[in-house]
Unconditional design. Sequence first.
Lengths: 307, 167, 777
Amino acid sequence: MDDFEYVRPGSVGEAVALLAEKPGRARAMAGGTDLLVQLKVGRRTLDRVVDVKGIAELNEIHVGSDGGITIGAAVPCHRVYDHPAIVAGFPGIVDSASIVGGIAIQGRATLGGNLCNGAPSGDSIPSLAVVGAVAVIAGPSGRREFPVSEFCTGPGQTVLGADELLVAIRLPAPPPRSFGHYLRFIPRNEMDIAVAGAGAWVALDEAGVVTAARVVLASVAPTPIEVPDAATAIIGTRGEATALEAASEAAKAAARPITDMRGTQAQRRHLSGVLTKRALAGAIARARGEHVPGAHEAHRVHASATH
Amino acid sequence: MVAVDARTATKVVVQATINGEPVQFLAEPRQTLLECLRDVLSLTGTKEGCADGNCGACNVVMDGRLVNSCLVLGVEAAGASITTIEGIAPVGGLHPLQTAFLEQAALQCGICTPGFIVSASELLKRNARPTEDEIRFWLAGNLCRCTGYDKIVRAVLQAAEMIHPAA
Amino acid sequence: MTTTADRPATSSPTRVISINDGANIIVSHGDYAVIGTRPVRHDGVDKVTGRAVYGGDTRLNGLLFGKVLRSPHVHARIVSIDTSKARAVPGVHAIVTNADLPTAEDREVNLGEGGGNLKYMSDNVLASDLVLYKGHAIAAVAAINVHVAEAACALIEVEYEVLPAVHEIKAAIAEGAPLVHPSLTTKSLGKDTGVHSNITNHARLQIGDPDAAFARADVIAEGEFTTTMVHQGYIEPTNATAMWYADGKVTIWTSTQGSFAARDSTAQILGLPVSRVKAVPQEIGGGFGGKINVYLEPVAALLSRASGRPVKLIMTRAEVFQATGPAPGSYSKVKFGATKDGRLVAASAEIYMESGAYPGSDTGAAMRCLYSPYKIDDMRVDGYDVLTNRPKTAPYRAPGAPQAAFASEQVIDDLARKLGMDPVEFRLLNAAHEGTRLVNGPLHKKVGGIEVLEQTKAHAHYQSDLGTPSPGTKRGRGVAIGYWFNIGLPSSVAISVNADGSVTLVEGSTDIGGSRASIAMQAAEILGVRAEDVRPSVVDTDSIGYTGVTGGSRTTYATGLAAIEAARHVIAQMTARVAKVWSVSPDEVSHDHGAFRAGTRSMSFKDAAGHLDETGGPITGTASLDPQGHGGAFATVTCDVEIDVETGKTQVLKWTIVQDAGKAIHPSYVEGQFQGASAQGIGWALSEEYFMNSKGEMTNTSLLDYRLPTAFDVPMINTVIVEVPNPGHPFGVRGVGEASIVPPMAAVANAIRDAIGVRMHALPMNPGAILHALGTI
């Protein structure tokens, strides 16, 4: 690995200035679990690494009076899935945070980093997008907000300018009876990159009818993609099999996958449908108050020989 | 071409607490914590298996969290408290996990063993009586190619029992 | 759970000596003080505390760090190499290429085991004119640290002329395929055909007349199968450190399965007499056959000679995948015929195995093992070694046999289905036993195939039902059997007696998974001391007699025999000393269970050791031997799977492995061998492969995408140690390291067939493959 300058600013303004000084040659680092691998294999070279973990604002989880939550961009996954308010209100995000890498990765990796890395397979992006999460971005000329659902623009590419810093991710207050669920498909039970992933979110009325829904897929297009037709198919239903099937077909139609070492086009398209159906069913069940196990719990069949 | 010359890397003084002892060392920013532990501080009990966070052989505890030391920069250790396999056992003794790994024959080649013991020690701090599945999930980031994990799972169960004997 | 442990095996008197949590059963023989117990291994504390020094932990004064420049092309001619810019980098101490190696002769060299063509060995270490696979080493740099070495590597300018390449077996054997070695011609049945092709060798083994026998068969089953290249997947990357001293002597510190093999190969490649090279085996972090060949040792030595400093090289994980020796992929056609009452009467097969960039694959072993579980009077197998532009393949645990069994055991399963017979009953009915003819000619010696199958059938797992599948899933059970012949090879041991009655044991076998303990225990049993009274050390090649590699399941057998002989040598000398103390003739003194006796007199080993000083000084017992009495081993796997039919994902629910150990010296480490091979087998079956892009480049070169099973992927693994003693070893040891990886892939395939009704013809049987087989995608 080529050497670089390591800096650890204490404020957002300082960090932005450090990035702006070396456009394209400096990059913010939170957990470093993607960035350091990219530097090691030479996929990226930098003159300056800006460690943002020393900035207080980026390390905060703030619960607003309306129930909305702001998660600092440098908050590691383990703090996300251990946070009672996030667990209570945003189980889909907990699904995602608890399957990023293994336990050691979760000690460092952040939702902010997952988003800024811009991988089509980023496990947290669909979960954030379906709940209407907003990226809070600081730049030399101040702050702006941008919907997470449109944050990624291509593999490894985002709307973030070279002189901009992701400060936080803001989760709007969830409507009543609304929950998300994220499922990914991997060949092993842990430690893999999603062959395909689906984040779903629904809101129910008091009668249990879906009044609002969103579906975002991972790993089946150059960016995470939203499938409005899947949402349309489920809205107005109680999640009956026919509605889930229609949503599943909509997801398959929307997927634009490639074939690579992790899966084929046909497999990914097929999985888009399966995962959409299952994630929507899980989100609806959660919205009804049922317990739906997290993604990591659902993968393994508990049937060892010698219990 | 690279703007910073690979040959003239500037070293930084890092002060950290490693295995309970205040330590100062020199690190190039590009050196990982793993490299610093092994090549600078001669703490070679922490192993490198993959260098990209997928095998867990380099796992250490940093400020109370399990981390892959291959994915932490040495300079990030400034002000941190780090525990490696060398700091797991009391002086002159063994950690219950170490005893259990020996008694259960939970190692063959042994290269993954330090990482497993460090990882499992963090599990047992958070979950005194983990189930087989909880152990397997927690340790999924630690690869072992020799044992098939069976005896490792048994060793962690035994250590849990040693630390908190059932009534 | 209930176990079959209370049911003795039907052959040979047996008794149960241990049931460990109900999951691990031993059907045992013999009555020993030390053997069969489970002491803490001698090197254990160092390994759980991080003290043990592995190859990568080697630290020497003035150490430099090296990096190897590797080919980005799958097949190319090296037009020129310009190292001038790299040499100018401050901090660089040496750069070497193939030009620094002596000109290697195109001849076979014998390295005790294996060996090979010296030019190929040399070219594989540093390419001369051609690069034959992506990752092929071209040059190496030694510098003050690995980052500087890496930066300098990037400044080495290599001009290539890219050549057409072949990426896999079927393409390589096709008419008009580009040739990996254009000068090589196909040898067939021992004769040079003069035909230029990528098939370097064709061999045939035949007994009887299978073509005629098939005509007598009532039922025939057949199939074609492919397996992909896979890696041993040891967690410790390949490494070597070397110092070339001013007097021309070379020392290498390395993680190797065989210090003598590493020494001899390095000496041959460097053109040095063996006496000028010393190999110091460091602790080794896994090998499974992949740490026998040398890759870095000669390069580190050249860099040291050029720099005058010790140099350490450690591969990255991507280099390990691309530039060491993986296990070959294969393509097989297998056919079995049986009578309607279930007797196997005919078998034929063709097995193609890739050798990668240079000739020589595992085909011979695959051919030998394919039919070994069965009694078949008429059988034939043809084997072909095929060159491809991929890394030169290397052994991986029972090399060749798993690929063959993946094919044959699925066809056997089909045959049992066609006959409507229970798969274990069918195998029992046709099981090979002592005196059954093997396809390569000899008769089986005493083997435990029947006992293993009987334990499989009686096991609670096999007797249980599959349980209720989770919604949307289907369950199935599969069984398969596998065979490995095991090997002998030379071993040396020296035992010295200390005055306090403890002993030191010096051995040449590197300890890859507990062999210090299994060898020390055998010595302890003979001496009549405790396992803890023996201090075993693995020493360098200057400090013990020649010893073969830790491989072929030979170490506990062959080095164990050397330890037994050395211990007997000690006892013989001690007996004479005790006779001196008692002033009797040595003939009057006997030794049994740690005590010397003459008439009513008795002296413990410890007390006798206290008399050494006054009776003539120290005693060392030594043995160097080349035993021929190794015994083959059978293993079965029973596995239950559950398949999510919508996603194609297979979860292994339950796994039982039954294997004949001959005698389990340290049962925990025997179980560990069974369990470890089982997990490797699960990975080989379901998730591991060298995934190639259209250019023939491996794309999944990290442990993220080369998917070794994690702890969360595999179940607890039931074991049954069957002990049918090997007559060629005083305690009956057969060796246990390899047979257990032969049946898993076929067992999983048979379970998948059982669950979803689809026969899988290729590895890995990953979710995409299952969906494809189901017609879903």
